[in-house]
Design a protein. Sequence first.
Length: 225
Amino acid sequence: MTDWLDWQGPVATWGVPLFLLALAAWLGTPAWRRYLAARRLRRRLRRAGVGMLESVVLPDGLEGEVFIDYLLLTPRSIEVLMVQRYRGAIFAAEGMDNWSQVIGSRTWRFANPLPELERNVMAVRQQVIGNVPVEGYLVVSGEARFPKGQPAAIRRVETFAPCTEKTLPTPLRQAWQALRQAARPLDRQERRLWQEASRPADGMRDGLLALILAALAAAWLIWRL
């Protein structure tokens, strides 16, 4: 048997893990990009407001809870932000029950997220004191395109500019303190469970498969060496 077919030879020892790692890198690139995008968004939001809460749940007033990606305190209002990492073409409208995401030749349909966003806004309003402005936005990145029009509640990541005014009206400061007391932070596992049901296809399984392939490559080398 020739060397390139010899599973005991160096070609198999190094060729198999290199192939697995190359495949893992190809599958994991979108997940890595999402991770970097999440870090950039977090930094941008921190600069855009006076205060920020991330990945919290609040009572919804109906003996349940709502999950909120970000709460952002600005000198003018409290912003309730739902983050969707859309890619490709998104066909959406406020009154549609389902939206569509098109990437290449593949299409996914998912529930319109705006009713969920409105529930989140209502949950926040129940916690604040006084007539404090509460605004809700669906935050998307520049990777998303809306060929048939973009709903008014959608806000691009790029529109969050650094906040230069740090002075807060007393009612707004009191409302934020009430929110901080009512909000319950989530750990990573809880956050994943809350997000899974409401996020459109974004390659999560590909990222997990990439980790599995990388682990197999390492196990192969440990076994052979």
